[in-house]
Write a protein that binds this ligand. Structure first.
Ligand code: HEM
Length: 244
């Protein structure tokens, strides 16, 4: 007797979505923390920048490393979005049914899913703009160059929307992953679900507040610093040779 073949594609796509989502969420947690170095000092943000440019490894800086990193993240971002798109409501009727369902059930988890769909959609556009700039202008990162971009190139508003979207999306995503992978099963499922949800909300508040403070600092520098000498930050202690 011939056995019916099981189609493994949905499970594979699901795995790809989870794995790329997990990597991107971890990336963004590090990203917002490193970038908040501006809150300590310009010098620290500069040192974090040259660290990613390989200074502490090669003794010289190679901004090309940032382009490479941004391109790798961009690939993950595109794969994640492409795979996730199959779960978007396909047409207006489907959307309406889902919305009514979400409202009637007042089920927090389906509202969380809805937030993920919306923030994911927003990020496909503004996340791509940011990643493209990072990929093509890797030498223009630093306490002054970044601040100039935030203020003079009007990236502040885009970053604000991106910040809210990515933090909500990442932590709701991690919560749903934990749920899917059975981290909340155990003796008291209800209680562990509540705890994970509390953790998710705490992380969202922490990262959004931190991101807003960093953005405020970049804006402050952008408004008050005299850029007549250009946007390059000159450290008193480190003067690395820069390559591409
Ligand atoms: C390797 C890839 C990336 C690099 C090198 C990078 C680098 C940076 C840098 C240097 C800034 C400071 C502002 C500036 O210089 O323009 C910044 C801000 C920001 N980035 Fe990225 N980024 C990357 C990927 C991403 C991704 C994938 C996201 C989300 C989808 C993201 C979200 C943000 C947000 C929200 C801000 C503003 C943060 C705040 O409000 O404190 N970045 N990024």
């Amino acid at each position: 007797m011939r056995q019916k073949k099981i189609d493994k594609t949905p499970a594979r796509l699901d795995f790809i979505q989870s794995a790329t989502g997990l990597i991107l969420a971890l990336f963004i947690m590090g990203h917002i923390l490193f970038e908040a170095s501006i809150l300590v000092s310009n010098e620290l943000m500069y040192r974090v920048t040259i660290m990613f440019e390989g200074y502490y490894f090669f003794g010289e800086t190679y901004p090309g490393i940032i382009s490479f990193l941004a391109a790798a993240i961009f690939v993950l971002f595109i794969v994640h979005a492409t795979v996730a798109m199959r779960k978007f409501p396909a047409d207006y009727r489907q959307y309406k049914i889902m919305k009514e369902h979400t409202a009637r059930m007042k089920h927090e988890d389906s509202s969380l899913w809805m937030i993920q769909v919306i923030t994911g959609f927003i990020m496909m556009f503004i996340g791509s703009v940011h990643l493209y700039i990072m990929m093509t202008q890797p030498s223009d990162i630093g306490p002054f160059a970044s601040s100039s971009r935030v203020v003079d190139e009007l990236m502040g508003l885009l970053y604000f929307v991106l910040l809210i979207s990515v933090i909500l999306h990442a932590f709701i995503g991690l919560y749903r992953l934990a749920l899917k992978w059975g981290f909340m099963e155990g003796k008291n499922t209800e209680l562990s679900r509540k705890r994970f949800k509390l953790l998710m909300k705490g992380m969202i508040i922490f990262y959004i507040v931190l991101g807003i403070f960093s953005l405020a600092k970049y804006t402050y520098i952008g408004l008050t610093h005299d850029f007549s000498d250009g946007v390059e930050y000159k450290s008193q202690t480190i003067k690395p040779e820069r390559h591409l």
